[in-house]
Design a protein around this ligand. Structure first.
Ligand code: ASP
Length: 333
């Protein structure tokens, strides 16, 4: 059993979705569970809707939602057969209409609760489209709602996972299907409370969702598909000389993500390490390349210097104009 996670950049438009479908068809074992993020920057746009709604700017909220809907429908029309496209667009409409009903009327609900109900729609929609595309390629697959599997507390926007309950549900629902050779497509980032309210696991949380599935299914491996060749010693977007790290220990990867390396969500490594599941980071642009393997390395590795740029830091240099802070009383014996 294998877990594969495709992020927003890998499915940002029709061409990228087709590329992912090709990777799935040509490279992936049938018995695998695919976790997807929302398409491109959909989550940011959904966040905009939340803000407009709570600010009572309903017409603008509807405008942004309309644009998101249109872009999803256009993707369906581009890559699905006319019949399948019309079927999936009806399903997407059912997903989006819930948000339309919600933002039609003002609400007294807490902001974080509203956020989760609205923002989660991005993953529900993208996963529906991807599953339809791979179905069209003749792959025996099923769309699964992660909210029926990943159970959380009600800390909206940063929910904590109920591991025991989630493990039971994931094993019961997914294992027999995967063992029968069916491919499953589900959403990252989202979960659900015991009262059936949608929750989210924190921004960029889809890697963590994939790790939850991997751990609960004792997967053979998990692969995160990115737009970079793997884990590098620096961000290749800012450092041309960035080098690929072909093997990393869990501890080194944990330290890198903890100190701000953005390639994988920091919560992802721990479940992999605890269960000894190898984690691969590969490029969806060059899928045949080996990428990075993160595992429990027996031999000490020597790494090149690792450079992490955290642009949220401000360095303050302070100096005194005179020495009036030196008070005699303090110096007196
Ligand atoms: N779509 C969510 C986000 O953009 C989760 C993820 O992509 O990991 O933060």
């Amino acid at each position: 059993m294998y877990i594969h996670k495709f992020g927003g950049a890998s499915i940002k438009d029709a061409e990228r979705i087709e590329n992912v479908a090709k990777i799935i068809k040509e490279n992936l074992d049938k018995s695998c569970l695919i976790v997807v993020s929302a398409m491109g920057k959909t989550t940011n746009a959904m966040e905009q809707i939340v803000q407009l709604y709570v600010d009572n700017k309903t017409a603008q909220a509807f405008e942004v939602l309309g644009a998101i809907k249109r872009s999803h429908y256009e993707v369906c029309d581009k890559i699905l057969s006319p019949e399948l496209s019309s079927h999936i667009k009806t399903e997407l409409n059912d997903i989006f209409v819930e948000i339309e009903w919600m933002i039609e009327v003002p609400s007294e609900d807490p902001y974080n609760y509203i956020y989760d109900q609205i923002v989660s729609v991005g993953e529900l929609a993208s996963s529906r489209i991807l599953q339809a595309v791979i179905h069209q390629l003749g792959i025996d697959s099923e769309w699964i709602d992660a909210r029926g599997l990943i159970k959380t507390d009600n800390k909206h926007r940063n929910a904590s996972v109920d591991w025991e309950q989630s493990k039971n549900l994931i094993q019961k629902e997914c294992k027999p299907k995967l063992e029968a050779g069916k491919m499953l497509v589900t959403q990252g980032f989202i979960g659900c409370t015991s009262e059936n309210f949608t929750t989210t696991l924190g921004r960029e949380g889809s890697d963590f969702s994939a790790a939850i599935f991997a751990s609960c299914l004792s997967a053979n491996s998990m692969t995160v598909w990115k737009d970079v060749p793997g884990v590098m010693n620096a961000d290749p977007a800012i450092n041309e000389q960035a080098q690929l790290l072909s093997k990393l220990s869990y501890s080194e990867a944990l330290a890198m993500t903890y100190y701000g390396a953005k390639v994988i969500h920091p919560k992802t490594i721990k479940p992999m390490q605890v269960d000894g599941i190898p984690l691969f980071v590969k490029s969806f642009l060059v899928p045949k390349d080996p990428g990075t393997e993160i595992s429990s390395l027996e031999q000490e590795q020597s790494y090149p210097p690792i450079i992490i740029v955290d642009d949220n830091n401000i360095f303050l240099e302070m100096s005194s104009k005179d020495n009036t802070f030196v008070r005699e009383a303090k110096l007196a014996v």
